[in-house]
Write a protein that binds this ligand. Structure first.
Ligand code: GLY
Length: 273
């Protein structure tokens, strides 16, 4: 298109469009400006904000990419009117994630997202404008708080990866077709909730309330080890860019609305299934 260094790329679309545009903008001529106009719920609450840009490769998700902030992000919820059920639900997956990490985001005040999401479920499914706007705003307040403190994911930003260790393996295993990102993240959250409860990090009642919240939004825990070989999933987790040389990183619930990182060996990870 003959773009010059003073031109700007505008990503109008979901997470894939945003990530590809951001990646192209960050590398073309060593970097030109770009703007995000997210049109899916998932990209509105997560991928359009925070400057992660990436592309997937056959064996690992988001493995090639950069941190490169957009000059602006414009969100208009009217785009959501045409979003199909599956993609809307994928966005809900990322939204629900914030309910479990709120107290670990270092945000100055309590937003009571867990409680609010419990109460406003029907309004969310009706795509009621005020509810949508409030929820998107709350998620972004939490995300911006995190990114402002740790842009390059050295530490705090990792809390946003709740559910993502298993999710990325599931998405890769399903060749990015079986699960939407949000669906995979929710399976990942069920997985670590279960583990956290079994390891006495969270109470039975919090674990149950959390699973009920996910179920309320139409998500159900799958028997993952029946569907895929745990060994194969663990192999994929090892390839994830978040893994260490010999340990696999998980963000796990450790209290109400709080999470922490645990690093597990391959054997310990297999024992989670
Ligand atoms: N989607 C997780 C992050 O932006 O860090």
């Amino acid at each position: 298109m003959g773009l010059t260094r003073s031109d700007v790329m505008i990503a109008v679309g979901g997470g894939v469009i945003g990530d590809i545009t951001g990646f192209a903008a960050s590398t073309y001529m060593r970097g030109i400006d770009y703007i995000q106009v997210p049109t899916t719920l998932l990209s509105m609450v997560d991928s359009s904000v925070g400057g992660k840009t990436a592309i997937d490769m056959k064996d690992a998700k988001n493995i090639v990419g950069t941190f490169y902030q957009p000059k602006a992000v414009f969100i208009n919820i009217n785009f959501l009117k045409t979003l199909d059920k599956k993609q809307f639900s994928s966005g809900l997956g990322e939204i629900l994630k914030y309910a479990f990490i709120e107290e670990s985001c270092g945000y100055e005040q309590s937003l009571f997202l867990f409680e609010y999401l419990t109460l406003c479920c029907e309004k969310m499914f009706e795509k009621e404008a005020m509810t949508l706007m409030r929820i998107i705003e709350y998620c972004l307040k939490l995300k911006i708080s995190i990114v402002n403190q740790d842009e390059k994911e050295n530490d705090l930003r990792r809390v946003l990866n709740l559910g993502h260790t298993l999710a990325h393996a599931l998405e890769t295993k399903g060749r990015y077709k079986t699960y939407t990102h949000g669906e995979a993240v929710i399976q990942g959250i069920f997985f670590v909730l279960d583990w956290a409860h079994k390891n006495d990090l969270i109470s039975y009642s919090y674990c149950r309330l959390s699973c009920e919240l996910l179920t309320k939004y139409g998500f159900h825990k799958e028997d993952i080890s029946n569907k895929y070989k745990p060994e194969e999933l663990v192999e994929l987790m090892k390839k994830d860019k978040k893994s260490l040389r010999d340990k696999i990183r998980f963000i796990v619930p450790c209290d109400k609305k709080k999470v922490k990182e645990v690093q597990l060996t391959q054997e310990e990870t297999l024992a989670m299934f």
